[in-house]
Design a protein around this ligand. Sequence first.
Ligand SMILES: [Zn+2]
Ligand SMILES: [Zn+2]
Length: 715
Amino acid sequence: MNKKHILEKVYDPNPVEEKWSKFWIDEGLFIPQVPSSKKKFSMVLPPPNVTGILHIGHALCFTLPDIIVRWRRMQGFNTLWLPGTDHASIAVHNVIEQSLAEKGLTREKIGREEFMKVAWDWKDKYGGMIIHQLKKLGTSLDWTRERFTLDEGFSKAVRHVFIELYKEGLIYRDYYLVNRCPHCGTVLSDIEIEHRERKAKLYYIKYPLLDSDESIAVATTRPETMLGDTAVAVHPDDKRYSKFKKKRVLLPLVNREIPVITDERVEQEFGTGAVKVTPAHDPVDFELGKRHNLEQVIVIDGSGRMTEAAGEEFKGLDRFECREKVIAKLEEMGLLAKTEDYEHAVGHCYRCKTIIEPHLSWQWFVRVKPLAEEAIKVVEEGKIKFIPSNWAKTYFEWMYNIHDWCISRQLWWGHRIPAWYCQDCEHIVVSDEAPAKCEKCPSSKLVQDEDVLDTWFSSALWPFVTMGWPEKTDDLKTFYPTDLMSTGFDIIFFWVARMIMMGLKFAKDIPFRHVFINGLVRDFKRRKMSKSEGNIIDPLEMIEKYGTDALRFTLAALAIPGMDLSLAEERMAGYQAFANKIWNASRFVLMNIQGEEFRLKEEELTLADRWIRSRLVGIIEELHDALENYKFYDAANKIYHFIWGEFCDWYIELVKPSLKQGEQNVGGRPGRYVRPDTEASSSVYALHHRRNLAAYALPPENLWQWHLSLKQERI
Ligand SMILES: [Zn+2]
Ligand SMILES: [Zn+2]
């Protein structure tokens, strides 16, 4: 603290905070000792997307664990909080492809190699934004250990994991119906789909029976898929259709003969009770088609356009244009029985909100069940604890019903799948490096898989690869398993569960002991923050206006485990005033101790000294308790009331008169305010108060030691 700041009455947080956060990093204060005999406390930062810009959710998600790691550091733990960023395939593709589109280019036009060059250039230029913002937020991360999920070590580890899982049969390739986002141009896993209620239409279409005047009506919300129908299905017990069993219908528009089949899983209550079956474009029909050996006709391609198989009239049309055209045609032909309003859940891409298209294709999958079994066990046995504990239930529900995980993405920015296809015998070679020849035949014509791995595949390895795995590093020995993972509920499945599975499988231990799930930051009316509502609070703007401490303190004060936060800007203004209060109290202390160092003697303390000191010891214990249980709100409240109420309003006011008197006595002149005790002792009192105040200027680690020594004294 320089003189200028001491003299200022109103605290200007920005320059002070900037100075200290630079000082911390320059001095390497957050770099742990390795090896060390001290007890350790470690965490890895949930890596933000490299495209990320700090939002209020980040601010909360990073502030809370920062409080914990700083507290552990003050307690003398050897602490590591390891930072880094995620390469975020889809998000980066969106950024790069948009800028290409502005120049009239596409990724296909420039090719894979050039695209990767552009993407790396972009990453080098803009990828550091979120890191800079994390520093602004005052996070006590060890920047010397910063990692990126696409750095060299990571890429090596990812290939290693892929190969191991493949060898064990836990990774396989299959021709399967998956979810595809036509806009992002890639398939997605089940959990990357958001199901949203949408108003739609239910169309009843008549399929004429062959050699008959009768027809069967089927109901569908996606009439364009009828072009790919290969059957009509009814329930075997449905009397309405018993006479149609084993008959054939003529699929309108396509004029394909398709059978009427029976299947127990047909819902008799839906629509007419007869359903069209499109094995290549609907998950239920896909399974049904497999059971009945039906043909899979692909009529919509990966970009949401109709294929050749859709027929001359429709090929090349966008899926929704095609819908209109199909309906118009059917109406013309008198085959549209009726149309009803219908509300149902529709899958959307979690990144770009485009409606998902089921897509039949060759993809790579992780067989998750065997991995999930172990991951369930460690939570059941309490080795990993969720806070609040009810999140464990959510975790179990998902883990017990887990499906195989589709991990291939039709993108370029990411970890390219280390699989090569023999062009002569179709054998697949999975290898760390490009193989010279096929394993099964003498062919050297091998082509690498074009796809990259799901970004979550690499981030699942984050807790141990960041520490140098698969090498047996000192960092791994010292800091793995980590102690705490603090994150949002929305990525329990995406990330937390997968880190547990992969940690157990490859690092041979749980990745973390505690999973703290923070709430959602809402606005002051408890509404979700969104661009369209215009109620977004930008943390960087808040830092600019009120200071980082005020923002962080507000978030901590609102963080009640298991509850969403309701954030109002006024709260930050309030805590800015609190920072100002601490500033003034500190100025007062610093001016009075005048750079002297003191050692306290118990018998020299006044009643006020003893009181505030015992309150301080008490409050430190209470804070310890609150933080041990992740009650950030409680800790914040206690600090606030102690500093503002007890320390500033009472203690400082109590000592002011004697300090003033002491000052006048320093020169030997009697003071105006004479205490009931001897005149001579008043300067001694002043000195004592100064000494006691000095404790508040101690660095945190010493303060903790001081607290322990006081506790010792009291015992
Ligand atoms: Zn998308
Ligand atoms: Zn071969």
